[in-house]
Design a protein around this ligand. Structure first.
Ligand SMILES: Cc1cc2nc3c(=O)[nH]c(=O)nc-3n(C[C@H](O)[C@H](O)[C@H](O)COP(=O)(O)OP(=O)(O)OC[C@H]3O[C@@H](n4cnc5c(N)ncnc54)[C@H](O)[C@@H]3O)c2cc1C
Length: 383
């Protein structure tokens, strides 16, 4: 079905055409082998979609975040998993908006050509999840370099990326006026000495790792923006991430609705297609309606981001509404499939697992609600 595909039809068609080369058997095999979809990410890169946000002068396509979200939505909607490659889209804004002209010249052309990947971002630590200001990974300047020590967790796609955006403390928490001051971001070569990367086996086929950092040396020229202002810079990246992930969830949501509709029309029980029963129809209709509503917030948030207006509330709401509606659609889809929903060959169980992630990462439900309560509704701060 073509529901929800009114915007950017040509872009959608081109991405769909590419995704069609990577069918359900491809994604099932990748999932079963817990492999990284190299061939898919390569194809997406060669076609220019992974460099969507890079300006044309550096060899990219110079598209907006809104258009980038359409690319990621179509990947999810094709039955694939956009989590394998969305990092480059949201990391890109950090570099584009806050990187120096020298950094852009050095890296962007190579990222656009696919020579380098910027897929990884190390923010979360074992002792500091969403409470980012408590990170304890520290960088100390020594001459023309910084020496970093600490630990990150859940750093995704690191083994399939040459570059990582790393958030560290450059001034201890006890010495800053505001707790969000004193953090800095660096562009890190992931093959550097001093990074011990240990994969975390997890519910989905998501390449993610614990990273032990022991005297990692980073050239001072790899500092992005000004020292001590990294938290502010990374917020732009986090808003982009939320909006992109909202679009992926919406792609998943439509995929679940499509699957539930087509399966229910074919599956005959008690001499009639199960789709004829309102007990089957209504939950699908409701899931569809919620996806449509979430989609409006996704476009609103993306438009605000593109016009450089503040979009924290909208990015959070878009991600929350989209993650909730895709998870609801996942439940409806698996229920509609009955026992076959559990069989890997139908793809539903895989997408079901994949869509569950987004109620937790990159930011969990409660943290979004508390952000809205405090920053939008003016309710008392709870932590
Ligand atoms: C597969 C995967 C990939 C990831 N990839 C990356 C990555 O590439 N880079 C990166 O930096 N991070 C990554 N993450 C980390 C992710 O962003 C965090 O897991 C997420 O933000 C939740 O933080 P936490 O795990 O520390 O949970 P916690 O903060 O420990 O939360 C646990 C639970 O408590 C709730 N909670 C916490 N505080 C409160 C409160 N005050 N009030 C009410 N409820 C509360 C939360 O909502 C949650 O339900 C990834 C995580 C996963 C699972």
């Amino acid at each position: 079905m073509n529901l929800g595909r009114e915007n950017h039809p040509e872009l959608r068609d081109a991405v769909r055409e590419l995704c069609a080369q990577f069918d359900s058997a491809y994604w099932q095999k990748i999932d079963e082998q817990r492999a990284y979809p190299e061939a898919f990410v390569d194809a997406l890169t060669k076609a220019g979609w992974m460099s969507a946000l890079i300006p044309e002068e550096y060899g990219g396509s110079g598209l907006s975040l809104t258009e980038a979200t359409v690319i990621m939505e179509e990947v999810s909607r094709s039955g694939g998993n956009a989590g394998s490659c969305h990092g480059q889209m949201y990391n890109m804004n950090t570099l584009l908006r806050h990187g120096s002209p020298e950094q852009k010249t050095k890296y962007l052309t190579k990222i656009a050509s696919g020579e380098l990947r910027l897929q990884a971002m190390g923010v979360t630590e074992p002792g500091a999840g969403p409470d980012t200001t408590k990170i304890t990974t520290v960088a100390v300047r020594k001459g023309d370099r910084y020496v970093v020590n600490g630990q990150k967790v859940w750093t995704s796609r690191l083994q399939h990326s040459e570059l990582m955006i790393l958030l560290v403390r450059t001034t201890p928490l006890s010495e800053v006026r505001k707790k969000s001051d004193g953090m800095s971001i660096f562009l890190v070569d992931t093959k550097s000495k001093g990074l011990d990367v240990r994969p975390i086996r997890n519910m989905v086929n998501h390449e993610t790792n614990s990273v032990f950092i022991d005297n990692l040396e980073i050239p001072a020229e790899n500092l992005i923006g000004e020292e001590g202002k990294g938290f502010r810079y990374i917020l732009d990246g986090l808003n982009a991430e939320r909006i992109l992930i909202a679009a992926e969830c919406i792609g998943d949501g439509y995929w679940f609705v499509d699957k539930a509709c087509s399966y229910s029309k074919e599956r005959v029980v008690f001499d009639r297609p199960i789709a004829q029963n309102q007990g089957i129809q209504f939950p699908i209709a409701e899931a569809y309606m919620e996806i449509e509503a979430a989609n409006l917030m996704r476009y609103k948030a993306a438009a605000l981001f593109d016009s450089r207006n503040s979009c924290g509330a909208e990015a959070n709401m878009a991600k929350h509404l989209a993650a909730k509606s895709s998870w609801e659609a996942a439940n409806v889809c698996i229920q509609t499939h009955g026992g076959f929903g559990f069989a890997a060959e139908y793809d539903v169980e895989r997408k079901f697992r994949e869509s569950r992630l987004y109620l937790v990462a990159p930011i969990s439900t409660n943290l979004i609600l508390s952000y809205l309560a405090e920053h939008v509704l003016g309710l008392p701060r709870s932590f």
